[in-house]
Design a protein around this ligand. Structure first.
Ligand code: ATP
Ligand code: MG
Length: 220
């Protein structure tokens, strides 16, 4: 389990008249092994915050700590190593690679980072996510919900401590949304993970352990 802390984070895009303070002084702590939902209007800064917390986008100022490690003091290689070892990412678009099959999509990030694939764990994950009969198929042969489950398996394949998700159910119908959410909640229990998820879905947000409400780049 890893502790994630953000101290006086700011992210400014552009300058002068076109300046946008996407994140305007946010400090927070994410509770380990819990589900934290990030909510707020479109353009309020949710994705920017998530990307800064996840080491994907360098803040203009402020700090992000993973335990005692100051994320943005790391060089690019160390930062991407940390991301591939400790973090999992799920986005609204599944970003699966169309020319390789489902199984290869799931283990690709591990192979790319030179890690060792824990076959038993991956098989277990595939079983639990209900995609066992699809692993030889190609992404375009799957439904949206199935593709998102593959994307979840890919995000969990490296046994991340923290899963960052940006509206992962945004393109799914309500039944599939429920299934995907139940699977994610099951996984964080089963594998002692932390889930940080942006959502516009009130029902999902109210099922979270904690909620962070963002408005104009600030926590309200
Ligand atoms: N690369 C960028 N360059 C310039 N401005 C940006 C960039 N990325 C985001 N912004 C601006 O920063 C603000 C916050 O954007 P962000 O994507 O974080 O919002 P959001 O809360 O995720 O919105 P949504 O719910 O629509 O996804 C917006 O005003 C946006 O226009
Ligand atoms: Mg967004």
């Amino acid at each position: 389990m890893k502790n994630l802390r953000v101290i006086n984070l700011k992210k400014v895009y552009g300058r002068g008249e076109s300046e946008v303070r996407a994140i305007d002084g946010i400090s927070l702590e994410i509770q380990p092994n819990k589900f934290t939902a990030i909510i707020g209007k479109s353009g309020s800064g949710k994705s920017t915050l998530l990307h800064c917390m996840a080491g994907l986008d360098k803040p203009t100022s402020g700090k992000v700590f993973i335990d005692d490690l100051d994320l943005y003091t790391l060089n690019d290689d160390k930062l991407s190593k940390l991301r591939s070892e400790e973090f999992g990412f799920i986005f609204q678009s599944y970003n699966l690679i169309s020319v390789i099959n489902v199984y290869d999509n799931i283990v690709l990030p591990i192979s790319l980072s030179g890690g060792k694939v824990d076959k038993k764990y991956i098989d277990d994950l595939i079983e639990k996510l209900g995609i066992k009969s699809q692993i030889k198929k190609f992404p375009n042969e799957l439904s949206g919900g199935q593709q998102q489950r593959v994307a979840i398996a890919r995000a969990l394949a490296n046994k991340p401590s923290i899963i960052f998700a940006d509206e992962p159910t945004g393109n799914l119908d309500s039944k599939t949304t429920n299934e995907v959410m139940n699977l994610l909640k099951f996984c964080i229990e089963e594998y002692k993970q932390t889930l940080v998820m942006i959502t516009h879905n009130d029902e999902i947000a109210s099922s979270a352990d904690n909620t962070i409400n963002i408005s104009d780049g600030k926590v309200i």
